[in-house]
Design a binder for this molecule. Structure first.
Ligand code: AMP
Length: 480
């Protein structure tokens, strides 16, 4: 199928040609025809599938065929995005696809002064891409209203829910005019998300692409068992050894992300971080530096990284595993874009092993276990003093351990039953944006039962297993 087969208006086809898009992606093939007919749509698709164009192109087509002035203090199309980065990216996509049309597009999100946005919106815009909080601020200040909306898009609905945007979302939906087209996208569709969609979609066309496991299949997945407090030494070593073009390093918390950047800097390795505590300008600068290849390592929390489309990410490093298995699939989906192969390396502390199991169940794949480097003790000893203090006393350091075995003292010592260090717990409390489902899958964590942990076939993890590593150019084990 070609774009010309879809019957899109001429300026749109021209813009696609200018972008060198040859053919619609599967989500575009499925979604564009019914959307052109004005149908509502419920789509299961992740970023990277081309879903932005799937909703942008037919909407632009609608505007090309039904030109009229944008209503004052309102918009004709509203796209809600959970994060600023994704909102900015969607706005840019609309600009690119609509570049040969006379169309006004605004992107608004929090963290930047509101007054400029008020001025920007006073004459009305055709397309508004917004995060829910800032949109409601503008509405509450009577600077904006939703009476002009003809097309409403809710993007990344599952992320919206995770970020606690449900109440604001419902308020927004109530203000929309009755007669409108609704588009609803989510990377996952558990019942609660489907119910949310059901509340405002009318007889929607259902489309679904790239079941999550297909991303996983394209990524060579590795894991190394390592004491939480020694992960920094492993990271420093990993980024030195791996042939990295660009790597995204995931931490669970904002403070954790900053810490990782600091300690990498201490080891002479440049990295930047993006997370919710950074100013918008800082986030934009960091992302640009990463995108343009000035900095190879971007440390991010899940929420900040979600939806970011950077090509050429060769490695995803999970400094900490997410406690929701689906999140892991989103993370590793940042690499292996557009048919390329990617590498994911997860650092698994003893209390994270249940998460690894849940991930392997979801992806129906086994991570290849990479041993710790031979000289790991030395690398740990070389950590800067500040890191050593952060690490605190090494529990039961006299016991010695197998190269692939978690340190004994870490099995429960100093952690309590919850499984996470107090520091990590307080960190997580700091991170208001943490997913509401954060506790799913936590059962059994840190119960001191590591020795009993086995893979899906009941074999102990310690044994080297064959899985994604069957690829001929699998990542070399990190060795000293
Ligand atoms: P999205 O899932 O919307 O974030 O899109 C992922 C990436 O695919 C973006 O960089 C788009 O520019 C690109 N893209 C979208 N549709 C196509 C297409 N039909 N052909 C080639 N690239 C595309």
């Amino acid at each position: 199928m070609k774009f010309t087969d879809l019957g899109l208006a001429e300026p749109i086809v021209k813009a696609l040609a200018a972008k060198n898009y040859e053919a619609p992606t599967p989500i575009q093939q499925q979604a564009i025809p019914p959307l052109l007919q004005g149908r509502d749509l419920c789509g299961i698709a992740q970023t990277g599938t081309g879903k932005t164009a799937a909703f942008a192109l037919p909407s632009l087509d609608h505007f090309a065929r039904n030109p009229k002035a944008a209503p004052k203090h309102s918009c004709r199309m509203l796209v809600l995005s959970p994060t600023r980065e994704l909102a900015a990216q969607i706005g840019e996509s609309f600009r690119a696809y609509g570049r040969f049309m006379k169309i006004s597009i605004a992107t608004i999100f929090g963290g930047v002064p509101i007054n400029r946005q008020i001025r920007q919106l006073q004459d009305g815009v055709d397309i508004l891409v917004a995060t829910p909080g800032r949109l409601l601020d503008l509405i509450d200040q009577r600077a904006f209203h939703l009476a002009g909306v003809e097309i409403f898009v809710l993007d990344e609905a599952d992320q919206m829910m995770d970020m606690g945007f449900i109440a604001p979302l419902k308020r927004i939906v109530k203000m929309l005019p009755k007669d409108r087209q609704n588009l609803f996208f989510s990377a996952t569709m558990p019942k609660e998300i489907a119910d949310l969609g059901g509340q405002f979609l009318h007889d929607p066309v259902q489309v679904s692409v790239a079941p999550q496991s297909t991303t996983a299949e394209r990524v060579r997945q590795h894991a190394t068992f390592v004491n939480q407090l020694e992960k920094q030494a492993l990271l420093n070593e990993t980024v030195r050894r791996e042939p990295i073009d660009r790597a995204l390093i995931f931490t669970r918390t904002k403070h954790g992300a900053d810490r990782v950047v600091r300690f990498l800097a201490g080891a002479g390795i440049e990295a930047v971080a993006i997370h919710g505590n950074k100013s918008q300008a800082q986030r934009t600068t960091a992302l640009q530096a990463f995108r343009h290849g000035h900095v190879k390592l971007l440390v991010a929390t899940d929420i900040a990284a979600r939806g970011i489309d950077v090509s050429g990410v060769s490695h995803v490093i999970n400094f900490e595993l997410p406690n929701v298995a689906e999140q892991y699939v989103h993370r590793i989906g940042r690499t292996a874009r557009a048919g390329a192969e990617g590498v994911a390396i997860s650092f698994v502390a003893p209390d994270e092993r249940p998460y690894l199991k849940a991930i392997e169940r979801l992806t129906r794949m086994k991570c290849e276990i990479l041993p710790l480097p031979d000289n790991f003790e030395e690398l740990v000893a070389k950590l800067p003093k500040a890191a050593a203090q952060q690490r605190g006393p090494r529990p039961n350091s006299s016991g010695g351990r197998g190269r692939n075995e978690a340190p004994r003292g870490d099995r429960s010592g100093g952690r309590g039953r919850g499984g996470r260090s107090q520091e990590a717990q307080s960190d997580q409390r700091h991170d208001r944006g943490q997913p509401g489902r954060a506790h799913r899958g936590e059962a059994g964590a840190g119960t001191g039962n590591d020795e009993a942990l086995r893979d899906g076939q009941g074999r102990p993890f310690r044994r080297r297993r064959k899985s994604v590593g069957t690829h001929k150019n699998a990542v070399k084990p990190v060795r000293g």
